[in-house]
Design a binder for this molecule. Structure first.
Ligand SMILES: [Zn+2]
Ligand SMILES: [Zn+2]
Length: 274
């Protein structure tokens, strides 16, 4: 069988050559040339090190730093707590607590966690590379950071559900960045991904330019659950959390599929626009 073996070896080499053409030769975070050992990840070790994790003390429900919101609102947002994992289901009032950031979230969204801050530099570049640049491989280093920083929350998750894009936008973009992230997370953690559990019931305006109150209005009734989830614990997956409006709207819609507790995990967290 040496002929077959050499044909297979040649085919394998061709596939590797094609893959090399499709993988970035510069880091997607800082555009410096990637050392050959780091090429497959698309993001250099220095960028991974420099992205700033969201450090405790954080709100046990939404993962937002507690001190930050004490300062922003002039109110105490609750005793600082270290997040050990998702908050267990309980009475909505108890889960709401008095954190300024998640107080207005619907009861269906039990917890949310993000890996890093969406700051200028690597975090922002990776988000753009995945969303607009066509670099689907950026999902891998992003998912690795999500596992590193949100691992405790993910250990109590049975199924990953990406935030769906509208059909028109997905066609324009060619892919859904949240689905790419969910698939990369699923591959790293072994948690199954259900891409179709949640769909957009209507097209919405892009959230980027909207003020917080408009974001909530824009998303009212935007999602629809497609079938029962059988009491499984769900983590919604998205690239960026800004106000939490998308996650809250998606969780409220997904509740009709009767899952267990619904949480959300995102790669980056942006500050709320003033
Ligand atoms: Zn880099
Ligand atoms: Zn909170």
């Amino acid at each position: 069988m040496p002929l077959v073996r050499s044909i297979l070896a040649a085919a394998r080499q061709t596939l590797l050559d094609v893959e090399a053409l499709l993988l970035p030769v510069a880091c997607l975070g800082c555009e410096r040339p990637l050392p050959p050992t780091e090429e497959r990840g698309g993001c250099c070790a220095l960028c991974r090190y420099r992205m700033r994790p969201i450090a405790p003390p954080v709100c046990a429900r939404c993962g937002q730093p507690v001190d930050r919101w004490d300062t922003a609102t002039g109110r105490r947002a609750g005793a600082p707590v270290r997040r050990e994992g998702p908050v267990e289901p309980g009475p909505a009032a108890a889960r709401r607590g008095n954190c300024a950031w998640c107080r207005s979230w619907p009861a269906e969204l039990g917890w949310a966690a993000s890996a890093v801050w969406l700051e200028p530099g690597a975090a922002r570049h990776l988000v753009h590379a995945l969303k607009y640049g066509g670099w689907q491989c950026a999902a891998v280093p992003m998912a690795e950071l999500m596992v590193r920083e949100c691992g405790a929350s993910l250990r109590a998750v049975d199924v990953l559900v990406p935030i769906p894009l509208g059909r028109v936008r997905e066609r324009e973009r060619g892919h859904n960045q949240a689905a790419e992230l969910a698939l990369a997370l699923g591959a790293l953690t072994g948690i199954p991904v259900e891409r179709e559990a949640l769909v957009r019931s209507r097209e919405t305006r892009t959230q980027t330019a909207l003020a917080p109150a408009e974001r909530w209005r824009n998303l009212a009734g935007a999602f629809r659950a497609t079938g029962p989830l059988g009491a499984r614990r769900v983590a919604l997956v998205d690239d960026v959390t800004t106000t939490g409006a998308t996650l809250a709207s998606a969780a409220a819609a997904l509740a009709s599929a009767e899952p267990g507790i619904i949480g959300a995990v995102t790669f980056a967290r942006a500050s709320v626009p003033a």
